[in-house]
Design a protein around this ligand. Structure first.
Ligand SMILES: C[S@@+](CC[C@H](N)C(=O)[O-])C[C@H]1O[C@@H](n2cnc3c(N)ncnc32)[C@H](O)[C@@H]1O
Length: 185
């Protein structure tokens, strides 16, 4: 069900699609064949895998930008859509990154997101997230599990935001709160 949510969000995109924090290219299977993909990935150690994944999915010459979402090396209003899956937990500055996403999107373009977020205050999940945060920040590429990413997106420069919340099973007992949806510029 959760993979279907992500698939539907990404598959709906067309034109020039910028994926921030593209990682090893796990989203290529969801992308429409007609979309022109640009990947932004600051960790150069992942570029070879990203390149290989692109080739496996019929994208032999992908444009990969070694940059952070806080400073996107693209012109204003130059892309039709932006994809962010499990990235806004890791960026150094969410509001700067979201301002950059809004800047590069053409008017009417969409940011689609699929992100884990902080559990409500006072819950056991939130306590677990807070206890885990120092480790994930240090050992999981800066990932901060206690971010209120939904509010950050709602505060950013988008005309309309729609998303749903759900609990992703981990198989270990506690679930992880997620949001999935889109923000229109
Ligand atoms: C958990 S991985 C997710 C990768 C991919 N989006 C996925 O769903 O499989 C987080 C990614 O965000 C990238 N990242 C970390 N800080 C970033 C930043 N400031 N701007 C853009 N990407 C960043 C990491 O290098 C990593 O590839």
């Amino acid at each position: 069900m959760y993979e279907t949510l992500k698939t539907d969000l990404i598959a709906s995109l067309s034109g020039t699609v910028l994926e921030i924090g593209a990682g090893t290219g796990r989203n290529f299977p969801h992308l429409s064949p007609g979309a022109e993909w640009i990947g932004l990935e600051p960790d150069r150690r992942l570029h070879a895998k990203l390149q290989a994944s692109a080739s496996r999915h019929a994208r032999p010459n992908p444009r990969i930008l070694p940059a952070r979402a806080e400073s996107i090396p693209l012109a204003d209003e130059s892309v039709d859509a932006v994809v962010s899956t499990v990235v806004l937990c890791s960026v150094d500055d969410q509001s700067t990154a979201l301002a950059e996403v809004s800047r590069v999107l053409r008017p009417g373009g969409r940011l689609v997101f699929f992100e884990h977020v902080a559990a409500p205050r006072g819950t056991w999940t939130r306590r677990l997230q807070r206890a885990w945060a120092p480790f994930s920040r240090r050992f999981d590429r800066g990932c901060d599990p206690v971010r209120d990413t939904a509010s950050a997106i709602e505060r950013a420069e988008f005309a309309f935001v729609e998303f749903r919340r759900f609990a992703m099973p981990t198989g270990l007992g506690p679930t992880v709160p997620f949001i999935a949806g889109y923000a229109r510029r």
